[in-house]
Design a protein around this ligand. Sequence first.
Ligand code: FES
Ligand SMILES: [Fe+2]
Length: 380
Amino acid sequence: MTLLARHKYTNQDWHDTEQRQLFSQTWQFVGLASDLKDEGDYITAQLGQFPILVIRLADGDIAAFHNICRHRGTTLLEGTGNTGKSIVCPYHRWTYVLDGRLKGVPDMKTCFPDLDRANLSLKPVSFGVFNGLIFVNPKPDSGFESFVAPLDDKSWPHDLSDNDIIEVPPLHYELKCNWKVFIENGIDGYHLAYLHEKTLGGPKVDENLWERHGDHAIWYATEDKDVRHALPAKNRKEAQSWRAKKLNSAAGHGYGGVYYLFPNTFITATPYTFSISVLKPTSSKTCDLIVRHFGKKGDTKDQRKHIPGYNKHTDTIRSEFWTKPALETGDFQTEDVWICEKIQAGLNSPAFEYGPLSIGPGAEDPIRWFHESLQKVMSD
Ligand code: FES
Ligand SMILES: [Fe+2]
């Protein structure tokens, strides 16, 4: 197989192609079922070309629609919130029931004497809920089962509805790299022992393992020959020395430490924490990384002000706000951000060409898998 060409990391036309061919028709994480507690609670998202909304109905079900009015197309809901018992378009106040049916049209008799309201419901999008996580695919009638089936019995055990788990405010990174650079770094086992020598302390290529599951992949620390762990040995020792408390639902072992879900989601699952990271391309050479983080109640606090590069005015994290070199921060995520931005700087050079990738599931094999999966979805 051939690796992705350089222009796919640098060219704005390719960014647009990805928005159409990839992000408009694959499954993406948008929020938790528990974010939608009450009737009318909603979340919105932009998935590729499509603004979408997900909403809690009166009967407790969830529904997901294109977030656009059937009259002249105004986007309906913004951000997250509660819309009450109906969705009202701010333009001419067409009103939809939460299940998407068009209920009210001002001046209907005068202005629309023949209006067929039944044909003007909000358009549905595909969605599914897995372990409490909501995924949406803008493409109608997409099979959610085929997205989650590869994870099968390998899934993480964390129960986010347990009352010993709390969520802290999310982290919002603004990265100066193509989103694929960050994914490739996240699934590269070869760099762990080197870039992260001081933070993760390995594992080496034969002491960690990515296992391929369809287009997804699951990572394990395999320093112990008999048991697969979610955390490298160095981090397990540190946690024990701090007497960190394990989450009730995740105290066992054998599950993966990182789940990469194609195309743009990482789940990080440890006995102590759980996080969901989503990469959102913002241009060919930039992306946002949103991290939702959960931990043990009592042990877990808002970490934002301790994150290198955090700016409290914008509530975002950027390398330009760093006050010391990345490798001196003791934060492995900062090390990753630093290296990804350096890779992008290299890709931006016309002199860039791939050297050989290392072989092995604890090395750079997963990058080959990622390119294969992308090439299946994207036509050149
Ligand atoms: S565009 Fe929504 S009511 Fe006119
Ligand atoms: Fe890394």
